[in-house]
Ligand binder design. Structure first.
Ligand code: ADP
Length: 225
């Protein structure tokens, strides 16, 4: 059932760093564009309005778990009200690389109350499809730790004081985030993607799944004759 005033559809991807979300949503985006669909893409933590405050707060380690959460919520609210919702109302397929569940997972680990977090983001629509990229922790860790030179302080959960070694802290933090995702999977009806499979196989599965769940012919641009 659609919601009043919203003819678009919202597709979100969620999962650990290294689970392959960005790779898959990029490929899905390109495929939908190729089909001639109206598509809009939005990425977590990317609002231009909040960027400077976020950077400053993180650099100077000024943020408590609550202010950290609120700053991400402000970022999200800005993107939601100025981009995501208007695009949904305009009949677009909106693709979100991370959605409110990222905050529920990460801020939950940082000690924010789960009920408070759910109320904080109460203005946001539930996605029509949430793809949860599930894979063994060691596989996700391997992809990040082998592939990248430097881990970021907050991404590794260093603010939680889990370990003075950033790689160890990252591993502990990711395990805690994964536990949160596992718990949310049923609560929010995530569609599970086996993220340990190859990139083309996952993409094929995702395209099939999206075509089954959404009538894509409704979202094709009309060509003026
Ligand atoms: P995320 O957005 O979930 O952090 P990315 O899509 O950025 O993940 O992928 C993280 C790393 O893992 C990248 O180097 C990417 O090329 C690699 N990768 C993505 N999907 C797979 C896969 N199915 N198998 C192996 N490596 C992958």
């Amino acid at each position: 059932m659609g919601e009043p005033g919203i003819s678009g559809k919202l597709i979100a991807v969620e999962g650990l760093d290294g689970s392959g979300k960005s790779t898959q949503i990029y490929l899905l985006h390109q495929w939908l564009l190729g089909l001639g669909c109206k598509v809009f893409f939005s990425e977590w933590n990317s609002s231009v309005i909040v960027k400077d405050a976020t950077r400053k707060g993180k650099r100077k380690h000024l943020l408590t778990p609550t202010t950290f959460s609120l700053i991400h919520a402000t970022d999200f609210a800005d993107r939601y009200e100025r981009q995501i919702l208007p695009m949904l109302k305009a009949g677009y397929l909106v693709l979100c690389d991370r959605y409110i569940y990222t905050s529920f997972a990460r801020d939950g680990v940082r000690g924010c109350n789960p009920g408070w977090l759910r109320k904080l983001y109460g203005f946001a629509k539930n996605p029509d499809v949430t793809l949860y990229f599930k894979l063994p922790l060691t596989t996700a860790l391997g992809r990040i730790l082998e592939g990248r030179i430097k881990l970021q302080y907050f991404e590794a959960g260093m603010d939680l004081g889990l370990s003075i070694d950033i790689r160890e802290s990252f591993q502990i933090f990711q395990r805690m985030v994964m536990d949160q995702y596992e718990r949310m999977s049923e609560e929010f009806g995530f569609t599970i993607v086996d993220a340990s499979r190859s990139i083309p196989i996952q993409q094929e599965t995702i395209r099939g799944l999206i075509s089954n769940r959404i009538d894509l012919s409704q979202y094709k641009q009309r060509v003026k004759r």
